[in-house]
Write a protein that binds this ligand. Structure first.
Ligand SMILES: NC(=O)c1ccc[n+]([C@@H]2O[C@H](COP(=O)([O-])OP(=O)(O)OC[C@H]3O[C@@H](n4cnc5c(N)ncnc54)[C@H](OP(=O)(O)O)[C@@H]3O)[C@@H](O)[C@H]2O)c1
Length: 298
């Protein structure tokens, strides 16, 4: 494959002056094992971030609960002062226990502390986009998000946040949120094998709202499917590149944030933007979502 030239094109975040290349980078893998503590090789983590920026990436997804604090501090070390076109998107709504456990916490205190932690560790005066992260580990619940989103909207009014997004939510929660503040992006679990949000992706595209899949490569359980391997062999690509190219093809409002701690994997992932998927291969890939169980509910 050739070097990436277009990073998958670009997408304007609705109601903002931000336009993001569709191929971005997710920084969660830069923390230590189990997203806790420092990485084994901090210099390698810094190198991945610098390589992403050198390749033209202008969208980095992070959170101060990665490490905690570690990932944001590495981003600051590698990239501050930040390029003018870079958008760092962070998320709040959880914290980490001393044992590395993930504690969902959308209390006013934790949300406020988290926004300030992000500002301090990233050395920023204002955060570009903050996603309110709610629900379970990888699936939404139907709780009301009015109270926590109101806290973030207040912090936005205070000038600490430019734009708000949501993570791990349902369409009903988005509708509830839109009565409180404009929502510029949704970050949910979605990939070629996890298609529960198929209808949601389409409705967000119709509204011009970005959809940013987390675990685009399967996350802690890397994607494995004979269809991916066959497509990769036919296209002289890798299965992970095929999985990313499928997402880029799926809908123009999908923005990618694949995570990696490796410069080699980063380059490989960015090159997926140059991969064309012929119709017969797209049909084979669509079948993956069926045989692993497409539990479309939105
Ligand atoms: N909102 C949420 O609740 C939520 C949840 C999870 C993640 N996120 C965000 O989403 C981003 C992406 O998710 P993720 O990093 O968890 O999962 P992912 O992008 O689906 O997969 C990352 C895994 O794939 C491996 N990998 C990456 N590129 C590869 C390649 N070309 N070949 C082989 N293996 C490859 C990585 O290992 P190597 O390091 O060895 O490359 C890592 O183990 C995160 O960075 C984070 O910003 C958000």
């Amino acid at each position: 494959m050739s070097q990436p030239t277009n990073l998958g094109g670009s997408f304007p975040l609705s109601a903002t002056f931000i336009t993001l290349h569709r191929m971005g980078y997710g920084a969660m893998q830069l923390a230590g094992p189990h997203v806790f503590g420092p990485p084994r090789d901090r210099n390698a983590a810094v190198a991945v971030l610098r390589e992403a920026i050198a390749a033209g990436v202008n969208h980095i997804d992070t959170s101060d609960f990665y490490g905690p604090h570690v990932t944001n501090q590495i981003i600051r070390e590698a990239l501050h002062p930040y390029p003018g076109n870079l958008s760092i998107v962070t998320k709040v709504g959880a914290r980490r226990g001393d044992d590395g456990s993930w504690i969902m916490d959308t209390s006013r205190q934790n949300l406020t502390d988290s926004v300030h932690d992000n500002l301090r560790n990233l050395s920023l005066d204002i955060l570009d986009v903050v996603n309110l992260r709610v629900g379970g580990v990888s699936a939404p619940s139907d709780e009301s998000i009015e109270a926590p989103l109101t806290v973030l909207a207040e912090l936005q009014q205070q000038g600490l946040i430019r734009h708000l997004g949501l993570s791990n939510v349902t369409p009903a929660q988005l509708a509830e949120a839109q009565k409180i503040a404009p929502i510029v992006c949704i970050q949910n679990f979605y990939n070629v094998a996890q298609r529960s949000d198929d209808t949601f992706v389409n409705s967000l595209a119709a509204q011009g709202i970005a959809y940013v899949p987390f675990f685009p490569l399967g996350g802690f359980n890397p994607l494995q499917a004979t269809e991916l391997e066959a497509a990769a062999a036919a296209l002289n690509a890798t299965p992970m590149q095929v999985a990313l190219a499928w997402l880029l093809h799926r809908s123009p409002n999908i923005l990618l944030i694949p995570g990696t701690s490796s410069v080699e994997h980063l380059r490989e992932n960015l090159q997926a933007a140059s991969l064309q998927l012929p119709p017969e291969i797209l049909a084979d890939l669509d079948a993956i979502g069926q045989h692993v169980g497409n539990t479309a509910k939105h």
